[in-house]
Design a protein around this ligand. Structure first.
Ligand code: RRO
Length: 309
């Protein structure tokens, strides 16, 4: 019995890794991930230039989830080229760059820059909800198609997507990406443009973007799971892998995402609140679920969710 999997041709010793965003911006944070039980090192989404991000308060946790509008704080892509080099010198653990340029040209430039580096894959983030004046690219299929057409990557390329809330949208999206060289989709980014009001002040709890921000944590798990299940249906005859992310707090949650068709999962909010020990806990809990259900491997259960007949 083991938790290993293969994502976009890359062997992973567990199906559980960190999500881009929490605790993956600095070299020190990435080094902590390197020695953790996270199966890979996902780096913070990067832009051409370093950014301080949005004004605070910009992150709040509450029962069942969190809301944030971080605003892409990162050190600029050149720092992550360097961090990947340093990380790879001490360990072969897979490294995934996350690219979130502020324009199609920026994305093409950054993806090109990562080609001659030791990163194992690139996750193109088409779904950051928190940059005022910049809509989430993945909600514009024409723009997405145009961008994918121009990308040339020898590294496996994945797309981080926002929730798509109807099977017809999922089918159209999948018809588009199967025309291009996409190796995996990561489902889902935070649920964007949500509003939480603080009862003590009658104001939004976060400052940026009129109080609108991305919702994450256990309250979004059914949305994420529905997206994985819809994409699994649309992509099952293709080679495109699915990474599930959204509200995973326990081993049982990981198991649910595997049943719905995920090849691996990412941990965001739970990693933010629990830090590095979350990965060993989730691996242990998932092993326990596998043992109880006599499951030998991730491969044997992926996408096997049984519907009512
Ligand atoms: O940095 C952020 O505000 C952020 C990003 Br790039 C993203 O992709 N998703 C999110 O919820 N926050």
């Amino acid at each position: 019995m083991n938790l290993s999997t293969t994502l976009a041709g890359i062997p992973l010793n567990s199906c559980i890794l960190n999500a881009s965003g929490p605790r993956d911006t600095t070299l020190e944070e990435l080094q902590a991930l390197q020695t953790s039980e996270s199966a890979a090192i996902m780096m913070k989404s990067c832009t051409i230039d370093s950014r301080p991000g949005n004004p605070e308060p910009r992150y709040v946790e509450f029962t069942g989830g969190a809301q944030q509008s971080m605003g892409l704080p990162n050190h600029g892509y050149q720092a992550y080229l360097e961090y990947a080099q340093i990380l790879k010198e001490t360990s072969p653990k897979p490294i995934v760059a996350s690219v979130s340029g502020l324009s199609p040209e920026d994305n093409l430039h950054i993806i090109q820059a990562f080609q001659d580096t030791p990163v194992d894959a690139i996750e193109l983030n088409l779904s950051c909800p928190n940059i005022p004046g910049k809509p989430q690219t993945a909600y514009d299929l024409t723009a997405t198609d145009r961008l994918l057409e121009q990308i040339q990557s020898t590294k496996p390329l994945g797309l981080k997507l926002p929730p798509l809330l109807d099977p017809a949208l999922v089918r159209d999206f999948c018809s588009c990406i199967t025309q291009h060289q996409v190796s995996f989709v990561t489902l889902i980014n935070s649920v964007g443009n949500t509003l939480v009001i603080d009862p003590a002040t009658d104001r939004p709890i976060i400052k940026p973007k009129h109080g609108l921000g991305g919702l994450s944590g256990s309250m979004i798990k059914p949305i994420a799971l529905g997206n994985v299940w819809m994409f699994h249906e649309a992509l099952k005859d293709t080679q495109i892998d699915i990474i599930g992310v959204g509200g995973i707090s326990f081993g049982r949650d990981v198991y649910d995402f595997l049943l719905a068709g995920a090849t691996a999962v990412q941990i965001g909010t739970a990693y933010q609140s629990e830090n590095i020990p979350v990965f060993s806990r989730l691996n242990q809990e998932l092993l326990q679920v596998f043992a109880e259900k006599k499951i030998a491997s991730v491969d044997t259960i992926r996408g096997t969710l049984q519907e009512y007949q």
